[in-house]
Write a protein that binds this ligand. Structure first.
Ligand code: AMP
Ligand code: MG
Length: 402
């Protein structure tokens, strides 16, 4: 039985190199960038006003005060999107709005609230206080310099990065190709949700969670019909999935029972099981194999085991496949609000809920068939074998939900 770290290292060691494709920015969120993107332009593109107000020469209003305002002549008006044709001479100002380009000659903006216009003299503006040079001006290039890196290769295109790329005028990006991941659920007891449930049957929930997990890492799930526990049927389905997909994730049938056909079926289609069993709870009977350069992840059928082994072993692989820089689950420290006890001899990835104050609670019963405690959880805590972590202990939480 392999330790978790060794199992992960062995899987990551055989991940194929990423391929790339050009994609419209609107189709890119959540996917991994295949090459560094540099900014084609400066941001801000030009000096512009941060306020609704008046462009002035700071020297003209140096001694302005409410009881002795500076009196400037209005030379014009520049709405956002327009450009002032002339230059602002001493003694003059120009009406501006947030985002209006700074007119030549002006070096500061007085906000509208610090001015007064007399309706009898609409061509004059009273400035009620001084501003320094550069006040309320957003400077050309202060945010991003042309040629500087906007996003590094291997980074995921998050919401903020998408916005930054769009602001720089980037409409297409080169992304890692998305691996297509076949999802097979095996078990003669399984029924498609939405259909009536015969006695002795249960609904399949693994393809639903696994498809979501696959999508979350920017890969493409391809679901296959439910499979009864039969060597011939599972072999046929595996052969088809390995033809059509880059990787195949199965659930169930990977343990030691005589109806557990997954490994045999995989070997029958020419696959090789690289390892079987990892010293973790839940999820010990996890199997990893290769077939003509493609990868098999044989997850245990228990929904919690399937989820945890996906998060710990499949998710990093799919990310590495896309050239992602960081493949581990996001983690942060938090304090246990209650003890977490692991009496077993394997490390236990326990389901927890991190509350709004960062305190960590068990999300409920930890048995590997209990789904309500999965639904209540947003993280996992790795509890070593034969260990009780006392309330108040600071631990690292692996996050898989917000
Ligand atoms: P197995 O790994 O096939 O021995 O299955 C372990 C447990 O998980 C059994 O109780 C199965 O009924 C259950 N199980 C297997 N596959 C699924 C599935 N796709 N959805 C829900 N439960 C499952
Ligand atoms: Mg089974």
């Amino acid at each position: 039985m392999l330790e978790f770290e060794e199992a992960l290292a062995r899987v990551l060691a055989v991940v194929p190199a990423p391929k790339s494709e050009r994609v419209r920015l609107s189709d890119a969120p959540g996917r991994v960038l295949a090459e560094r993107v540099r900014s084609p332009i400066d941001l801000p593109v030009f000096d512009n006003s941060a306020m609704d107000g008046y462009a002035v020469r700071a020297a003209d209003v140096r001694s302005a005060a409410p009881d002795s305002p500076a009196n400037l002549r209005l030379a014009g008006r520049v709405a956002a999107g327009e450009v002032f044709a002339g230059a602002v001479k001493s003694g003059y100002c120009v009406r501006l709005f947030t985002g209006s380009p700074m007119p030549t000659g002006a070096d500061a903006v007085v906000m509208q609230e610090d001015t007064r216009v007399d309706s009898n003299a609409p061509g004059e503006v009273l400035i009620l206080g001084p501003v320094g040079p550069g006040a309320n001006v957003r400077s050309h290039g202060e945010d991003v310099r042309q040629g500087s890196t906007l996003v590094e290769a291997g980074e995921v295109l998050t919401i903020g990065r998408i916005g930054l790329l769009a602001a720089a005028g980037v409409a297409q990006v080169r992304l890692a190709r998305q691996p297509v991941v076949g999802l097979l659920a095996t078990g003669s007891e399984l029924t498609e949700p939405g259909r009536p449930l015969a006695s002795g049957r249960i609904y399949d929930c693994n393809r639903a969670t696994l498809a979501t997990l696959v999508q979350r890492v920017g890969a493409v799930p391809q679901r296959y019909p439910l499979l009864a526990d039969s060597l011939a049927g599972i072999s046929r389905a595996l052969a088809k999935a390995f033809e059509q997909c880059d990787a195949v994730v199965t659930s169930g049938g990977v343990s030691v029972g005589e109806t557990d056909f997954l490994k045999r079926a995989f070997e029958r289609i020419g696959g090789r099981v690289e390892f079987w069993k990892v010293a973790i709870k839940p999820g010990r009977p996890f199997a990893f194999g290769r077939c003509r350069g493609k990868l098999l992840f044989g997850l245990p059928g228990n929904p919690v085991s399937a989820l945890v082994t996906f998060l710990l072993l499949v998710r990093p692989t799919l990310l590495r496949w896309q050239g992602a820089r960081s493949v581990a689950l996001p983690a942060h420290p938090g304090m246990l609000a209650e003890p977490l006890a692991n009496e077993g001899e394997r490390r236990h990835f326990m389901r927890v809920r991190v509350d709004a104050n960062g305190q960590i609670h068990s999300s409920g019963t930890q048995a590997s068939h209990v789904l309500s405690s999965v639904a209540a959880a947003n993280g996992l805590v790795d509890v070593p074998a034969h260990t009780t972590l006392a309330a108040g202990t600071v631990v690292s939480v692996l996050r898989w939900e917000a």
